[in-house]
Ligand binder design. Structure first.
Ligand code: MN
Length: 204
């Protein structure tokens, strides 16, 4: 199990075929203000691959091709944010999508604890640290603690998706989940277009 860190883009052909877990780290929660600093990816076979971006350098042709590849499902936890950031900075629609937070909300209806830490603890019994969640992801040199934290955000998503997929089937909510996943790129576009704070489905 190795964490690989690259500058500006992925090398070619680092992933086996199949779904890819994706996460992003940014300077904050507002994509219009807070730049994309890091994209983390894993194919579920043990290694994590991190791509660090200096300010303003988002060419990354290999990474963009992987993210835009419609033959690979992308696994996220809270895809809505990552999709918006990837659209805003890399100009790609990084789907098709499986979002473990949406899946968790559709099956773990007995709790309101749908953060990554709680979801992983219950679905696969893994305890991840969130200690580096708020740190300076724009720093030119990332600490080992930052790298390991960033990698751990994609390390377990394939295993969680297996459990959540079974639970969605058991509860008869597979189609509902898929419809939500398919809408997420549009939800992200609405966020970027100025509807981030309002629910267009609400009455008022
Ligand atoms: Mn993260």
């Amino acid at each position: 199990m190795t964490v690989h860190l690259y500058e500006r883009d992925l090398p070619a052909d680092v992933f086996a075929p199949g779904p890819i877990a994706v996460d992003t780290e940014t300077m904050g929660l507002n994509p219009a203000r807070d730049r994309l600093c890091l994209v983390q990816l894993a194919d579920g076979r043990g290694d994590e691959h991190l791509v660090r971006f200096p300010p303003g350098d988002y060419a990354a042709p290999v990474l963009k091709a992987v993210l835009a590849d419609r033959s690979r499902v992308k696994l996220y936890h809270f895809a809505r944010f990552d999709l918006a950031v990837l659209r805003a900075y890399l100009g790609v629609e990084a789907g098709p999508v499986f979002c473990t937070k949406i899946a968790s909300k559709l099956v773990r209806t007995y709790t309101d604890r749908h953060g990554l830490k709680d979801m992983l603890k219950e679905t696969i019994g893994v305890d991840v640290s969130k200690a580096q969640q708020s740190s300076d992801w724009g720093a030119p040199v990332l600490s080992d603690a930052q790298k390991d934290y960033a990698a751990s955000d994609v390390r377990y998503l394939h295993r969680a998706v297996e459990v959540l997929t079974e639970r969605l089937a058991r509860e008869g909510r597979t189609a509902l989940a898929q419809a939500c996943f398919d809408f997420l790129p549009w939800r992200a576009d609405l966020d970027l277009a100025g509807w981030a704070e309002s629910d267009i489905f609400a009455h008022l």
